[in-house]
Each structure stands twice: as C-alpha cells, then as structure tokens.
Write a protein that binds this ligand. Structure first.
Ligand code: SAM
Length: 257
C-alpha cells in the first residue's frame, strides 16, 4: 500500500524530477564527502545523493518509511539509516577524524526553526548545509537589517553562517502540495566568526528581548538587560528599533557588559 503522508511529521514529498535534479546539482555531492540527510522520506533526494558515492547517513523519524529506505540501502553500501528524531540527534557521534559534515534536507516545516537552532549548536562540525524550507523562513534567514523579514532567526544564524537564498520552489513540486511557496537555502559557517560575543548567552538574550517587542525602541525592550547609558556607551542610539541593528551591532551591545 502506498505511504499515506503524515501531517504531524511535516510530510510533503518531492515528486518533481526537474526540481529534485536541480537540488542535487546545487548540493553537488562528491564521493569523498560525508553527507547527512535529515528526513529522507521516500528517498526522492536520497537515491541521487547515494548514487554520487558519498558517505551518506540519513535520519528519519517515521518508522513506516524505514522499509523503503532499507531497500535503498541494500542497493547502496554507502548509505546508513538512523531511525531517530533529528531534533534530539547528537551529530557529534557521526563525525570521524577531522572531517566536517555536509547536512541537507527537505525539512519538515513544523520543526524547521528549532531544528536550525539545534544544528547551530553543532556548527563546529558542519562544512555546509542546504535546506528546503518555507519561503518565508528562508527570507527570514537571509534578511538584512531594515528589511521586514529581519529578526531573531536572521541575527542568530548570520552570527555563525553566511546565508544564501538559492531558488524558490512552487507547491506543485510536492505531494501533497503545501499551501505556501518553498525555497532552497545554503548556509556556510564562517571560517572564523566575524564578530565574537564575549558571553554568547547574554548576546542571545539581547537578541531575544529586542525582537520579542520589535515595535519598541531598544531602550524599552532591553531595559531588564541594559541601561540606556550602556546602550549609548556601545555607540548605538537607544531610541532606534531592533530591526535597524546589524549582527555586529548586537554583538557590540552584548559586549558592553
Ligand atoms: N526528503 C523527502 C522528500 O524531499 O520528498 C521528505 C521530505 S518531508 C518534507 C520531511 C521528512 O522529514 C519526512 O520524511 C518526515 O517523516 C521527516 N521528519 C519529520 N520530523 C522529523 C524529525 N524530527 N526527525 C527526523 N525526520 C523527521
């Protein structure tokens, strides 16, 4: 019996071969690389990634999809399946020696933001990442200061990575078709952090508070964390709104204390 797509696992399977090829082409897997695919599903991308001869490990939560993936693994000795929740997965256990991981996936949209934060926690293991996400989420990831999509996700991810919006994918490329457009994003960790927060937790707190109340001025939204004088001392106008601050500005603010 064909697999019934499950909403709770965010299952929208790719079935447009032109789009599948386009995604594999931008990922450009090489035989000497170590790729991790999150949410392989019915194997739309997996089969091509495995064909490239790359060492491929896939993480899938839905038990009902394992039989199909196991069939694929029988044809490709380089493919390993992990039946697990990617949100709880310890990516450290996949790394051998000094290699870094390439992480890819058409991600389940319902968990995309927590998953991105989970991956950011493992960023030192990562060479690059290519994800299909809701177009709106990719716009938020790639947004620059002053743009309406710019927010906490933009700052926290751009602190660690260079973000590129690659291309848009229309709902018809999936079964079942989602209600919104999707897009492919590329995330490349900075070789060295361009701006270093002395206390990363404090930096995250500042970014969180600033965008929790994005219509308020900085001095209002940050008043439990920084005084107006401290904001001024970091060279930033306390009366502006958070979306006007660059990643460098947020780091500077947090390093003030
Ligand atoms: N890669 C396939 C494709 O492009 O057709 C499937 C993509 S579908 C949008 C998302 C996949 O992620 C599904 O196979 C789903 O079961 C899986 N998934 C959902 N939540 C997950 C989780 N927490 N950990 C691992 N896989 C998950």
């Amino acid at each position: 019996m064909p697999h019934q797509p499950r909403k709770r696992f965010g299952q929208n399977f790719l079935h447009d071969h032109h789009i599948i090829q386009k995604i594999v082409k931008v990922i450009n897997p090489q035989s000497n690389e170590h790729l991790i695919e999150i949410g392989p599903g019915l194997g739309a991308l997996t089969q091509y990634l495995a064909q490239a001869g790359t060492q491929l490990e896939v993480i899938e939560i839905d038990r009902d999809l394992l039989a199909g993936l196991t069939n694929l693994a029988e044809q490709h000795a380089n493919l390993t399946i992990h039946h697990a929740d990617a949100l709880k997965f310890d990516f450290n256990r996949l790394v051998k020696s000094s290699e870094r991981l390439r992480i890819v996936g058409n991600l389940p949209y319902n968990i995309s933001t927590p998953l991105l934060f989970h991956l950011i926690n493992h960023i030192q293991l990562v060479k690059d990442m290519y994800f299909m996400l809701q177009k709106e989420v990719v716009e938020r990831l790639a947004a620059k200061p002053g743009e309406s999509a710019y927010g906490r996700l933009s700052v926290m991810v751009q602190y660690y990575c260079q973000v590129s919006y690659l291309f848009t994918v229309k709902p018809g490329a999936f079964y079942p078709a989602p209600k919104v457009d999707s897009a492919i994003v590329r995330l490349i960790p900075h070789p060295a952090l361009p701006y270093v927060a002395k206390d990363f937790n404090f930096f995250s707190q500042i970014v969180l508070h600033a965008f929790n109340q994005r219509r308020k001025t900085l001095q209002n939204s940050l008043k439990t964390l920084l005084t107006t004088e401290q904001i001024k001392a970091s060279g930033i106008d306390p009366t502006i709104r958070p979306e006007q601050l660059s990643v460098a500005d947020f780091v500077q603010l947090s390093n003030q204390v």
